[in-house]
Design a protein around this ligand. Structure first.
Ligand code: FAD
Length: 478
């Protein structure tokens, strides 16, 4: 017997969207749940609605708002916490809006929010092109661009959000608008660059195409005891990045596989295809347990960095000054945290990652040149480090056990950075824990701007109340 439409979805069926609804009894519903990157996001909505056009997104929003029905918005579904899903509500799944169109005439790429970065790069490879997007193939376009987005191209071209030249947005009243730098909705255009899902649902992004036939890069595993020296090498790399903006580094201390202990892993890259550029000299002198770096393509390089799924996640983010003492302290405290996990999780099936990414002032200067965003990084007076702690465990019980421990770890690192006079404000939405003050970290001016734009485009606060997932401006004090 066909499953009857639950009351939460009646408004959608009445709006003519019945054929787009996935009910819990359908195999497609189960596979959409399974496709969330993190088990922490695998809540059970009353249904998914899968629009196939901006007009259908608009119809769905109008129907849900009229029925005062709570909903969530999901693009790639890669956020580790359920900002992208809702128990017993309706999840608007943008997975069908996954087109990628390269326009050779004006060298732009238009991308649907449901596409994944791996698909984007694979499609653009036939034209020897790329865009400034994510660094893991499965990560979604929609969420990464709304949270800012650190990329392999940030040194040269600013954050992913700085590269968006047009947004198509479905507003809370169901109207569809285009937001550009010089157009009628230039305030919305700017606010979307880091302001998250406070304003509407983005149904299309247009970005400049970047010539990119080949890159140099790959994954490296280094012995754990080189950490003190690796901290110095990282600081040196970050200080020199302005002189070599095509190079890119992610350095992490990680417990990745059961019973293998912690390792140091690096992603080395140069998007101009320069092999072993001098900025990597200090790193290239370290003994390597494994290395895959070579002249390659973006697609191949990212396939080699795929991360394990099927875990519950506890992630936190922070930023601090480019000071090796802070990196070393984060590493020492990570060793203590990993040891605690090894004692508690008897089958050793967990991952801990203490990740350092360069955050030189030059990144923010690029953003300013491109018109500015909401992240507030131009306030930094010193080169910085984007730091995040990602912990992945197999069960909800282990997640509950892990949360206070990871939180305490992050607080200790932040306290040490503050003692050193090196704690920076920015907390990136893309890796942040829901308990962290992400929007506040953008600074009072940007908070005021986000609030003003949210009030203007969503006067009834639909995206504050009916769509609770994400970092919400209404939760920010003052
Ligand atoms: C393995 C891995 C690698 C990563 N690598 C990077 C990286 O290189 N750089 C980086 O900056 N981040 C990275 N991230 C973090 C990533 O940017 C975030 O998890 C991001 O939210 C993922 O985008 P998504 O489309 O999958 O988002 P989802 O999980 O679908 O959504 C995230 C949030 O955005 C909202 N949202 C999504 N799409 C829309 C839309 N179209 N309109 C309105 N609201 C929307 C959702 O409601 C939700 O609140 C990585 C994450 C993982 C798991």
């Amino acid at each position: 017997m066909a499953e009857s439409v639950p009351k939460q979805a009646e408004c959608l069926a009445a709006a003519g969207l019945q054929s787009r609804i996935l009910l819990p009894s359908s195999p497609e519903y189960a596979s959409r749940i399974e496709a969330y990157w993190s088990k922490s996001s695998q809540l059970k909505p009353a249904c998914f609605i899968q629009p196939t056009s901006a007009a259908e997104v608009a119809d769905a929003v109008k129907a849900l708002v009229a029925a005062k029905q709570t909903f969530a918005v999901r693009s790639g579904g890669c956020n580790f916490w359920p900002s992208n899903n809702i128990d017993n509500g309706v999840t608007i799944d943008l997975g069908q809006l996954a087109w990628i169109k390269y326009n050779a005439d004006d060298e732009t790429v238009s991308i649907g929010p449901g596409a994944r970065w791996g698909q984007v790069y694979e499609y653009l490879a036939q034209y020897d092109r790329a865009v400034a997007g994510g660094r893991e193939a499965r990560v979604g376009v929609g969420g990464l661009l709304l949270g800012g987005g650190n990329t392999l191209f940030t040194g040269r071209r600013g954050f992913a959000c700085d590269n968006v030249i047009e947004y198509e947005v479905v507003l809370a009243n169901g109207s569809i608008v285009k937001a550009t730098a010089g157009g009628e909705h230039s305030d919305l255009f700017r606010a979307l660059k880091g302001g998250g899902n406070n304003f509407g649902i983005v149904t299309s992004y247009t970005m400049p195409a970047i010539p990119c036939a080949s890159i140099w890069g790959g994954l490296v595993i280094l012995p754990p005891d080189i950490m003190p020296a690796a901290a110095d090498a990282f600081v040196d790399f970050t200080s020199n990045l302005e002189k070599d903006p095509d190079s890119n580094l992610i350095l992490m201390i990680a417990h990745l596989e059961p019973k293998r202990g912690s390792v140091i892993a690096g992603l080395y890259a140069n998007v101009a295809g320069v092999e072993k550029p001098p900025i990597f000299n200090k790193f290239l002198e370290f003994p390597e347990l494994l290395s895959t770096y070579k002249k390659t393509t973006l697609v191949e390089c990212l396939n080699a960095t795929a991360q394990g799924t099927g875990y519950h996640g506890v992630w936190f983010a922070s930023s601090f000054a480019n000071n090796p003492a802070i990196l070393r302290r984060a590493a020492e405290l990570h060793a203590e945290l990993a040891a605690e996990f090894e004692d508690h999780i008897t089958d050793q099936d967990f991952q801990t990652q203490c990740i350092f990414q360069p955050l030189p002032r030059a990144f923010a200067q690029n953003s300013v040149k491109l018109g500015g965003n909401m992240l507030g990084l131009e306030r930094n007076q010193v080169d910085g480090v984007l730091w995040s702690a990602h912990i992945m465990v197999r069960t909800a019980e282990h997640e509950a056990w892990a949360y206070p421990r990871v939180r305490a770890y992050v607080e200790k690192v932040r306290a040490y950075a503050a003692e050193q006079g090196g704690l920076l404000d920015w907390i990136t939405a893309n890796y942040a824990n829901p308990s962290q003050p992400v929007l506040e970290s953008y600074g009072p001016e940007n908070v005021a701007r986000i609030r003003e734009v949210a009030n203007k485009y969503d006067a009834d606060g639909v995206f504050q109340t009916l769509c609770p997932g994400g970092f919400k401006i209404s939760k920010v004090q003052g």
